[in-house]
Design a protein around this ligand. Structure first.
Ligand SMILES: [Zn+2]
Ligand SMILES: [Zn+2]
Length: 264
């Protein structure tokens, strides 16, 4: 099945390994049809060291476009950014997004009350002892993002379960309300396989979200969240099976921010 990995990082974010070319080579070796660089742009205080510097965006864009040209006979290389949702930084994030012709822009919530829930190896530092409270606070932030739907894709939608797994259940009504807002905003949602390597031990988001997204007609991208070349395309067959079981018939790719649905 020709698939596309729409979430690949680079060393510019200071917590990934391997050259950009090695990520592309790995994607070619796996026979992927497409891949998209989606490196971090985090303007949130406390998160900048885990992100490319705003001054590096042009260099990053140029490097990816060069690889797109060099590899165009073997794979489609796309370029995007994973932008951390931070209300006070959205002006600069949008300005940088519009300065270059990105293929896809993903927005992700990583920080809750200044605590980076995604970069932690364990939940020991968490100020949230109740996983349901963390989930609710995360969804509050996500609703802020959805009120200003500038982006194309929502990254790792239920990342709040990273450590707690199923313990972080949220009311069905709230989940459906959020799915409706995503559908109304015309956004896609990422099916992120990195959750399989985390405490959650399952793909982000869970099957009940994926089913709800299918019912609402929301498109999906598939991403490994690779921070090393070996993780490109991680568990993509499993992701495709899950999508089909949950009622999706297509996944989405982007060119210059225009979506195109591809049959699974
Ligand atoms: Zn990262
Ligand atoms: Zn992320």
């Amino acid at each position: 099945m020709p698939l596309a990995d729409y979430h690949v990082h680079t060393r510019l974010c200071n917590h990934a390994t391997g050259s950009m070319r090695e990520f592309v080579e790995r994607a070619c070796a796996l026979g992927l049809e497409e891949m998209a660089f989606l490196d971090h742009l985090t303007l949130t205080p406390g998160g900048q060291r885990l992100s490319m510097n705003p001054h590096e965006v042009g260099l990053y864009h140029l490097a990816a476009r060069r690889l797109e040209k060099q590899y165009h006979k073997r794979i489609k290389v796309k370029i995007g950014m994973e932008i951390d949702y931070f209300p006070q930084g959205m002006g600069l994030a949008k300005e940088l997004s519009c300065r270059f012709d990105f293929d896809v822009l993903t927005a992700s919530v990583h920080f809750i009350d200044g605590w980076n829930m995604v970069s932690q190896k364990t939940q020991d530092s968490s100020p949230f002892t109740d996983p349901c409270v963390l989930a609710e606070r995360y969804l509050d932030a996500l609703e802020g993002l959805l009120a200003d739907p500038f982006f194309d894709v929502i990254g790792h939608l239920d990342i709040f379960k990273k450590f707690s797994g199923k313990a972080a259940q949220i009311p069905r009504q709230r989940m459906e309300g959020i799915i409706k807002k995503i559908a109304d905003a015309g956004l896609c949602v990422e099916i992120n396989t990195s959750g399989l390597s985390h405490g959650a031990a399952e793909i982000y988001p869970s099957a009940e979200w994926i089913e709800g997204l299918a019912r609402a007609g929301v498109g999906v991208t598939i991403g490994s969240d690779a921070h090393a070349p070996k993780d490109v395309g991680r568990a993509f067959e499993q992701a495709a099976d899950l999508l089909l079981r949950c009622g999706h018939t297509h996944f989405t790719v982007f060119s210059r921010r225009v979506p195109q649905r591809i049959a699974l």
